[in-house]
Design a protein around this ligand. Structure first.
Ligand code: OGA
Ligand code: MN
Length: 287
């Protein structure tokens, strides 16, 4: 079956048909896949069954993978495959909703964000695979930050062009009055500066905002938050958003250079949800 890229009709993004991710992918098919990734920013594959090793192998074709240091977040003790889940890895039961680490992760992912903007080198792509999904809710929403930037007024573009934001993984905890992580853990990922607007390889530009942003440099806290809220509201208008309703066996790949995403709500306390994610590292720091 030939590989076919089927762009969504009403939003950005596309479905990839005719690729079985459990098989070796030829260079020609990989080229179709990577070209579609560059063009559509979010790609959806349905009905996939593959092993963890295969998940790692096809992700690596896009570049080096990021590692996650905490064993309880890892799939099978493999640092580059993270569990996105409300299920405790060790007991197999649904986690208590008040568990601090879980709460921080849930609050963090349910707010608009881009993966790894708190790293000095922000990531290029994430590949998320649905193992268990709740019967209702638990969608993932994606916002296209290149489309959102492009649609800004020239005045707004000029206003934000040179601004720098400080991103920090601890922000979610601070914002929700959760206790901070130990100092040594925090120091492993210190706050980083990122431009508010990044150039893309094809000459377009994209906004770099989201829940890992602490503040914009050179502004007082209120002014900074006001601008960030305005930009977030702007960028997440329905015309820039694709909403993915998960089925078991879906793999969704997204471009972290030009999208934000967030988890939609579901019944965390009663419905099981387990996804596996690999994250492709970016090519270098933005500044
Ligand atoms: C992620 C993430 C959202 C979701 O895996 O990076 O933000 O819907 N997930 O689980
Ligand atoms: Mn995420």
């Amino acid at each position: 079956m030939p590989v076919e890229i089927c762009p969504f009709k009403d939003t950005f993004g596309a479905e990839v048909q005719g690729l079985d991710l459990s098989r070796d992918i030829s260079d020609a098919d990989f080229k179709i896949w990577s070209d579609a990734f560059e063009t559509h920013a979010v790609l959806v594959f349905h009905d996939q069954r593959f092993t963890i090793d295969q998940h790692i192998a096809f992700s690596r074709r896009f570049g080096d993978l990021e590692d996650f240091p905490d064993p309880k977040d890892q799939v099978n003790g493999i640092p580059c495959v993270i569990r996105v889940s409300n299920i405790d890895k060790y007991t197999g039961d649904i986690k208590p909703v008040e568990d601090i680490g879980h709460k921080s992760f849930t609050l963090g992912t349910s707010a608009w964000h881009t993966d790894s903007t708190f790293r000095r080198v922000p990531s290029k792509a994430s590949l998320l695979y649905a193992v268990e999904v709740p019967p209702v809710g638990g969608d993932t929403l994606f916002a296209n930050m290149a489309m959102a930037y492009e649609a800004l007024s020239e005045d707004k573009k000029a206003q934000i062009e040179k601004l720098i934001a400080v991103h920090d993984f601890e922000v979610t905890r601070r914002r929700h009055s959760l206790p901070p992580r130990p100092k040594a853990v925090q120091e492993a990922v210190p706050p980083v500066r990122q431009p508010l607007v990044r150039p893309l390889e094809d000459g377009r530009k994209a906004l770099v905002i989201g829940s890992h942003v602490d503040h914009i440099e050179g502004m007082d806290a209120e002014e900074s938050q006001e601008l960030l809220d305005w930009l977030t509201d702007w960028a997440t208008q329905p015309r820039f958003v694709y909403r993915h309703e998960w089925e078991v066996g879906d793999l969704v790949m997204w471009d972290n250079r030009c999208t934000m995403h967030r988890a939609g709500s579901y019944d965390l306390a009663h419905h099981r949800r387990l996804l596996h994610r690999t994250t492709v590292a970016g090519d270098g720091p933005l500044i």
